[in-house]
Design a protein around this ligand. Structure first.
Ligand code: FE
Length: 322
């Protein structure tokens, strides 16, 4: 009887989360949150597209209080589909820089990743890498590897190029990349990095944490990360992030969990478990992530990646980027 009473007190509050961030990256945080607050966190994981579809289809019947997903392109889509609630939170405003959250308060970045250039330390001097745009120059003919344009990460990168240069100039850049490809685009970032390691190409554009995973397995790998666009737009950054759902059954509890995930107490683990950067400027990244060096990030609001996503997809298609 005592056990039942205790558990019903401990779980008097609950938050239900739909997450496209992988279970092993969120479960340790949720377990800690339950331990610290007594609030039970139930979650379901799937890819971003199906989760957003599901929330839209469930409407006010949804059990979900929170959506966690990766890439501002996906968060922007969720906001467009009107499945996220606008929230006002001085805590989130203080913990998440303005460029990494929705100006209307429907989603907030929780970890930051850079989509940057990885290069072979055997075949490339770091000084040779200057900008994303320069990867379109003849110097890199037959030396570039890319992931497929079907992935939202590349759609977001190209969207931010459109924001900076307009469509015409961006199309020239993307055509240049396609001309310089050593081999057909790969299905994921890990294969793309492995192609540079194998000597199929000398440079590639990838998310930092995929390099981090490989570097953990092979500390002496002959690859390194470079930080392009340091005298112009800055490195393209994106987020994993979250929002409270429009039809949340536990909106206050969901907002409290979101605030906690952005806090100094949670940010080191939230980012560190995936070799990402904390969004909270008062929290340091892990030693491994720090070892890659400091860089200037693009200060454009990451939501622009969503707004210009459709234009980016059409442009990449015109440029022959598959
Ligand atoms: Fe990823």
């Amino acid at each position: 009887v005592l056990a039942v009473a205790a558990s019903s007190i401990a779980w008097s509050e609950e938050v239900v989360v739909y997450s496209s961030r992988k279970e092993h990256l969120i479960k340790p945080l949720f377990d800690r949150y339950t331990e610290e607050t007594g609030v039970k966190v139930t979650y379901l994981t799937d890819k971003a597209g199906p989760l957003i579809q599901r929330l839209a289809a469930e409407g006010r019947r949804t059990p979900a209080d929170m959506l966690i997903t990766v890439d501002a392109g996906n968060l922007w889509q969720a906001a467009q589909k009107d499945i996220l609630a606008k929230i006002e939170s001085p805590v989130l405003d203080a913990n998440v820089p303005p460029s990494l959250r929705d100006p209307e308060g429907r989603w907030y970045g929780l970890s930051k990743r850079a989509r940057t250039i990885v290069y072979s330390t055997e075949r490339v001097e770091p000084s040779e890498i200057t900008t994303y745009e320069a990867l379109a120059e003849p110097k890199w003919k037959g030396r570039l590897c890319l992931r497929t344009s079907k992935k939202v990460y590349n759609q977001s990168l190209v969207a931010t190029l459109i924001a900076g240069h307009g469509e015409q100039q961006t199309e020239q850049i993307v055509r240049g990349w396609v001309d310089n490809l050593a081999v057909a685009p790969f299905s994921n970032d890990t294969k793309t990095i492995r192609a540079v390691e194998a000597g199929q190409c000398d440079v590639a554009i990838v998310n930092t944490y995929y390099f981090g995973r490989i570097q953990k397995e092979e500390p002496d790998i002959k690859l390194a990360l470079a930080w392009p666009n340091q005298h112009s737009s800055g490195v393209h950054v994106n987020v994993s992030g979250a929002g409270v759902t429009r039809h949340a059954k536990h909106p206050e509890a969901a907002q409290q969990l979101l605030e906690w995930l952005s806090s100094e107490s949670a940010q080191a683990d939230f980012a560190g478990l995936n070799a990402e950067y904390p969004v909270n400027p008062r929290v340091q990244p892990t030693e491994q992530v720090k070892s890659w060096g400091d860089f200037k990030s693009d200060s454009l609001n990451v939501g622009e990646a969503g707004r210009l996503q459709a234009a980016a997809i059409r442009l990449m298609d015109r440029a022959g980027y598959r």
